[in-house]
Design a protein around this ligand. Structure first.
Ligand SMILES: [Cu+2]
Length: 126
């Protein structure tokens, strides 16, 4: 009986997922799904890398890290420039305490250009 309950529950999840993935939702263009550091995060040490995860594959055409003075900090993009659902950049030198902004720009599979920013703070560097 347990397996039957599991089957029913999976069926309900599949139905809920089908609603979420209905044509209206699926035709929406790619958006930022999540990031690391997350938007609004406060870190007690400099991040070694920045990760952006998108809701679908897109081509990230610009990825910049700015400090609170608006000065661009060096980061190094990882991986190729082909469409992907995530983008990663390493942070070669430790960031001093302060507020930072990751500014990104990407083109979705439907040709729409998206852009956004993720803000985070570093409270002490180690
Ligand atoms: Cu779009």
């Amino acid at each position: 009986m347990l397996s039957r309950f599991a089957f029913l529950r999976n069926g309900a999840l599949a139905a809920a997922f089908a609603v979420l993935m209905a044509p209206g939702a699926a035709s929406a263009h790619a958006m930022l799904h999540s990031s690391d550091p997350g938007d609004g995060a406060t870190l007690n040490s400099s991040p070694r890398a920045l990760h952006l995860m998108f809701t679908e594959e897109c081509r990230v055409t610009s990825l910049r890290l700015l400090d609170e003075a608006g000065k661009e900090r060096q980061i190094r993009r990882e991986g190729g420039r082909e469409a992907a659902s995530h983008a990663t950049a390493t942070v070669p030198s430790s960031l001093p305490p302060g507020a930072y902004r990751i500014e990104w720009r990407a083109m979705g599979g439907d040709g729409h250009v998206m852009s956004g920013a993720v803000r985070f703070a570093v409270t002490s560097s180690r």
